[in-house]
Design a protein around this ligand. Sequence first.
Ligand SMILES: NC(=O)c1ccc[n+]([C@@H]2O[C@H](COP(=O)([O-])OP(=O)(O)OC[C@H]3O[C@@H](n4cnc5c(N)ncnc54)[C@H](OP(=O)(O)O)[C@@H]3O)[C@@H](O)[C@H]2O)c1
Length: 310
Amino acid sequence: MGDFTFWREKSVLVAGAGGLIGTALMRALEGRCARLVGWRRADGDLTDAREARRAIAAGPYDVVFFMAATQGGVADHLARPLAYVRENAALALNVIGACADSGVRQLIYAASTALYPDQAAGVLTEDLLASGPIEASHQPYAAAKLLGLRLCQACTAERGLCYTPAILTNVYGPGGSFDPQRSTLIHALIARAVAAHAVGEHTLRVWGSGRAVRDVLYGDDAAQALLRVAASQDPSTITIASGENHTVAAIAGLVAAAIGLKGIAFDPAKPEGALGRTLDVSRLRALGFAPLVSLADGIHRTLAAYRNRL
Ligand SMILES: NC(=O)c1ccc[n+]([C@@H]2O[C@H](COP(=O)([O-])OP(=O)(O)OC[C@H]3O[C@@H](n4cnc5c(N)ncnc54)[C@H](OP(=O)(O)O)[C@@H]3O)[C@@H](O)[C@H]2O)c1
């Protein structure tokens, strides 16, 4: 749960409070801070520098969780590369810049495992970030996320602030998008499986070979990890992941079983993103974090949320 004496006196802003991780952070912090403010897109577009300054000027904030981003599944990355690089770069420049200029002492920035080299062998430690070629479909997004990471490091180095890049793995849960364009792996599989079941099909179709491996983390667990990172007050880049790998085939199998489909079929012609990475989570473990929600349980909870929405 993290150290809640740390939060008691704090004024906290969650930028991107309406998203999957932002809603989980708001739930986790509700009633625990001196002041908790969530900024959603409806409050103002943070790709506009004036709006970002307005968001931060409503402080003062002790801690800013910077979760706002343009993000989605592989198909959306491929369809809208300009939006991915431009909007995420603008968000990074505006939000991190406004925080630094307003003297916000602490910021947690949501970066991504997309920054790890695509073909790196072995276990991925934080020092390997951006040390080799990035998987093709995520290059525009990764370029902008790298900008954000470097901005955090520069604010820490030059201004003595504590701006921590958090390298988030694939996060899923009830607050995620099930929109076919925007959804990421587990949400896309759930939406497709529910649609297949509704028309009497027995098989879940899966993009790619199914051999790619993913480290996936339930949204509430990701929020707890981010709280621990903030409470540690350490600006070192840190990977936020479960530390467990699952093949896409195994994840799809759990989704299919949860919905009552008989099996899965692969579509190797479709893109599947990076083939696999084993993420080193020793820094996060050293903060006392361990995920609480199993993959099967997380899939059931996410499926229940999707059925409620339908
Ligand atoms: N989920 C993952 O698997 C994952 C993995 C790696 C990194 N991350 C990073 O973690 C962070 C949070 O991810 P998430 O899954 O919670 O994302 P999400 O569900 O897409 O939520 C992002 C939030 O940011 C808001 N937002 C986007 N653009 C904005 C803008 N221009 N102005 C103001 N608000 C804006 C969105 O508002 P609307 O809802 O109104 O659009 C949404 O509430 C992001 O930075 C993402 O890149 C996520």
